[in-house]
Design a protein around this ligand. Sequence first.
Ligand SMILES: Cc1ncc(COP(=O)(O)O)c(C=O)c1O
Length: 407
Amino acid sequence: MRSTGQLEMPRSRRELIGSVIDSSTALLAEQQHDIVRFAMGAPSEDLMPLAALDEAFASTRSGRFDYGESEGEPRLREQILRLAAEAGAPTRDERIVVTTGGMQGLDLTFKLCVDPGDLVIVEAPTYSNGHATALSYGAEVVGAPTDENGLVVEVLPGIVERAGRPPRAIYTIPNFQNPTGVTLSRARKERLLELAERWGAVIIEDDPYGMLRFDGDPVPSLAEIAPDHPLLFQVRTFSKTVAPGLRTGWIDVDPATRARAIAAKQAMDTCSSVPVQHAVARFLERGALEPHLARLQPLYRERKLAMRHELARAFGDRAIATDPDGGFFLWVTFTNDLAGIDTEELFPAALAEGVAYIPGPAFTVDGSMRNALRLCFATSSPARIAEGIGRLDRAIAGANGATGAAR
Ligand SMILES: Cc1ncc(COP(=O)(O)O)c(C=O)c1O
């Protein structure tokens, strides 16, 4: 066969879907006008612990530029174990691998447990980078509904029956889920563990937001309910609690699986950035995380309340917003005369009006949930939130008037 002179990619690589969320970083950077940023799931820059991070980086300047251990710098692993123990969920060093952000944790996880054609169940809606990663390993991804108690575990047997085979993996974001903000109840976690055991399925517990609770009582993690579960992967990150640019996270897995995860990481990036790991370790050793999180709690609560208030003021019962006890996100579903809105089509008008969000279909496998969107309340002050929701209201009113599409 004659070469076309162009790269002929294998099919699964040609179909890589990337991330609408990540692409919005570059899209927003190109804009010249003022934009209220409800799009990225990032901590507020004005609330980042910059002085403590500067100190941590300054203290790691000398002699930290060699290759490091693939499993992570011992000093950082020690701090991860301390945090787990203090959170009442002790773990062991032989279970931990430091990763380059939560995304690498997800990549290693799907790489280790999914073959092309395997069934993977995700929440609908879910964190799109998570299902994109499963797809990149050739998984067949199916969405299962969520409600105010998280993944509706009760429907999973029906999904499996229709698929005609058990899932290889079930991907859940149990705390303040991305994008809905809901939390998986203990009863559902117990049922999920039973079902996964029956099917021999891996459970991926992706938990970037658990430490960002501002209301209510913590729900024990799947790892706490089923310690040493051989098929449970916990994926964690400092991106939301400290800063996403650090690209530092970890996975907590069965020791035998960990050996394969280390091998997979060696075939990927050898080790995560050594100086950054030392800086994060130093930040944690100083005890800088705990007061930082305590400071964030009332501020994020205030921002969530402000956003819900502004949404109710602008849209009344034409928009239903979730009411999370922590994390970053509200999920907004338009109803009544706004039920026909298409948040993907609306996006250019909203951007022109000066507000950015992530359209609902970005979080589904089948492009559904077009009348919904994700808003990050954490990044903006209450005054900016009021401004941003006002702009969203104007963009919707404009689109409604111009096309009638949203009626
Ligand atoms: C549910 C979920 N998992 C994983 C990640 C990725 O984390 P990181 O930025 O550390 O790669 C995110 C970030 O948005 C997330 O929301």
